[in-house]
Design a protein around this ligand. Structure first.
Ligand code: BTN
Length: 265
C-alpha cells in the first residue's frame, strides 16, 4: 500500500524535499514511502526490472522484515526500515563491499546525530553495548541470464519502542541509550547523505574505519556454517572485507560472508 498521507512525521514528499536540499545527493532518486509493507527489500527486488533510476523504499512498519540467512527482522513501529534499489550490473563480490560501506555510513550517521559510539559486528550488524541496534542486508537481483542486474541495500534501525520478548535480550533501541533520539526521517536523510559521500571514498579507507569500529577483532568467536561449527579468534578484517580467523589448531582462515554466522562468545 503506497501512502501519500503523513504518518510519523514522514511522507514521500517530505523525504524527497529534504534529500533535494543536500548538494551531492542525485536529484533523480525516486522515493516510495509505505505506512506498512511486508518488506521494503522484497518490494525493491520485485520492482528491479522496471526501475530506471535509484529508488528508495521506506516504511513505518514491516510485517515480514528479512535479515541474513533467512532470518526475520522484527520491524514494529518505532524503527527505520529502508531499502535502496541500485540499478546496474554488479559482481557477486560487490555485496560484501557494499555491506562494509553501508555499515560504516549507518554508524557515522547515528554517531553524528547522537554522539553514541556505534560498533560493527562483522559483517552486517551494528551494536550499541552488547546488543544489536541495526542490521544491513545487501542482495543482488538476478536477470534471466544469471547475471546481477541490480543491488538492493536494506537497512533497519531500532529507534524507539518495544521490540518484544523474543529479542529483548539481544537487541536494543536508540532510546535505551540516549534521550535525544532522532526521528526516522532525520536518520534516513543522514544515512542517505553519508551513503552518497562515502561512495566517493576509497574502499581501503572505509575499511580502516570499519576495523576501528569492529567489536569482533581480538575476540573469541563461534563460527556457524551449514555443515560445521567451531571456535576461533578473530584477528583482523582483510583488504576484501573478509574476517580473518586464527583457528584453535593454529591455522588461519579468511571468512567470506554468505552461509556463515559469527557469534561473540
Ligand atoms: C540482518 O539483521 O541480518 C539484516 C537486517 C536488515 C533489515 C532491513 S529493514 C529494511 C529492509 N527490509 C527488510 O526486509 N530487511 C531490510
Amino acid at each position: 500500500m503506497l501512502k501519500g498521507g503523513k504518518k510519523n512525521g514522514m511522507d514521500t514528499f517530505d523525504i524527497k524535499n529534504r534529500l533535494n536540499k543536500i548538494p551531492h545527493i542525485p536529484k533523480n532518486i525516486e522515493v516510495r514511502y509505505f505506512d506498512v509493507i511486508e518488506s521494503t527489500s522484497t518490494a525493491a527486488k520485485s520492482d528491479a526490472g522496471r526501475a530506471e533510476c535509484d529508488v528508495l523504499y521506506v516504511a513505518r512498519r514491516q510485517t515480514a522484515g528479512r535479515g541474513r540467512l533467512g532470518r526475520s527482522f522484527i520491524s514494529p513501529e518505532g524503527g527505520l526500515y529502508m531499502s535502496f534499489l541500485f540499478c546496474g550490473e554488479r559482481r557477486a563480490e560487490d555485496a560484501l563491499k557494499m555491506t562494509v560501506y553501508a555499515a560504516v555510513c549507518v554508524a557515522r550517521a547515528i554517531e553524528a546525530l547522537t554522539g553514541l559510539d556505534v560498533k560493527i559486528k562483522w559483517v552486517n550488524d551494528l551494536f550499541l553495548g552488547e546488543k544489536k541496534l541495526a542490521g544491513i542486508l545487501c542482495e543482488g537481483v538476478f536477470d534471466t541470464r544469471g547475471g546481477i542486474c541490480a543491488a538492493v541495500l536494506g537497512i533497519g534501525v531500532n529507534l524507539v519502542g518495544d521490540l518484544g520478548l523474543e529479542i529483548k535480550d539481544i537487541a536494543t533501541t536508540l532510546s535505551e541509550h540516549t534521550e535525544c533520539v532522532p526521528s526516522a526521517e532525520e536518520l534516513l536523510v543522514k544515512i542517505v547523505e553519508e551513503l552518497y559521500s562515502l561512495s566517493g571514498e576509497r574502499f581501503a579507507d572505509v575499511l580502516c574505519e570499519y576495523r576501528r569500529r569492529s567489536c569482533v577483532i581480538g575476540k573469541r568467536v563461534k563460527v556457524l556454517k551449514a555443515d560445521s561449527e567451531y571456535y576461533a579468534t578473530a584477528t583482523d578484517i582483510d583488504e576484501a572485507g573478509r574476517l580473518v580467523l586464527q583457528k584453535e589448531d593454529g591455522s588461519c582462515e579468511h571468512l567470506m560472508t554468505g552461509e556463515v554466522s559469527v557469534r561473540l562468545t
